[in-house]
Design a protein around this ligand. Structure first.
Ligand SMILES: *Cc1c(COP(=O)(O)O)cnc(C)c1O
Length: 214
């Protein structure tokens, strides 16, 4: 973890940013607990998971004992799991369609609990990937606010694996800026330094922290 933090600090410094303005989200999905525990013990408190059920099993009891944990859903969310996700996560990063926005809004109403929300943008317009297209993003942000009464903290993206990530991060930052959004969740193990240079406010790092997933 010290190594990743040092790399984050170095990247931030090259563009005159403060490390404190960038959250390290430790992506613990599919990692054995023996890899996660030392990172938790070392003081890491923000973790990302990509499945609702898996996250609840792993973190459900722990989070009662550790109210300072912050858990983020970074994987696709099915509409029928929206209520569980709203009840459990502190941040949901993958809001990406009207039906899901409706389900999240209903769950927020029912539970009286509002996680921070990010909209996933499919910056590479890849058919196999979730997310709104860049062209639809402004309208979707507006719809969340106006039609569903939800406030949006920021945007999230996963650039295509076979392209330089920089232009995708720049695009996400541009869409966020013109919509008055401050949160930028971008950058993974392979490209978090680039993401920080393009303004990431959180980076989602898995294998560089925990080793290769099973
Ligand atoms: C798995 C995953 C990550 C972490 O990937 P690494 O390359 O292991 O850092 C980040 N973001 C999302 C959305 C993921 O699904």
């Amino acid at each position: 973890m010290d190594d990743v933090r040092a790399r984050m600090a170095a990247a931030a410094k090259t563009v005159g940013r403060e490390l404190g303005a960038i959250t390290l989200v430790a992506v613990s999905k599919q990692q054995p607990w023996s890899h996660v525990a030392p990172v938790l013990d070392a003081g890491q408190r923000v973790f990302g998971e990509n499945r609702v059920q898996e996250a609840m099993v792993r973190w459900g009891e722990l989070r009662v004992a550790r109210p300072d944990l912050e858990l983020r859903l970074i994987g696709p969310l099915q509409t029928n799991k929206a209520k569980e996700a709203v009840g459990f996560f502190d941040v949901i990063e993958t809001v990406d369609r009207d039906r899901l926005a409706r389900a999240v809004a209903d769950a927020v109403q029912a539970l009286g609990r509002t996680p921070k929300l990010y909209i996933q943008v499919n910056t590479g317009e890849e058919p196999q990937k979730a997310g709104v297209t860049p062209a639809d993003a402004d309208a979707f942000v507006a719809a969340l606010r106006r039609d569903y009464g939800l406030s949006v903290e920021g945007l999230m993206c996963i650039p295509p694996a076979d392209e330089p990530a920089g232009p995708h991060f720049a695009l996400l930052a541009k869409i966020a800026a013109r919509n008055g959004l401050t949160g930028l969740s971008m950058g993974m193990s392979a490209d978090f330094e680039t993401a920080i240079r393009f303004g990431a406010t959180s980076v989602r790092v898995g294998s560089a922290l925990f080793g290769v997933r099973n």
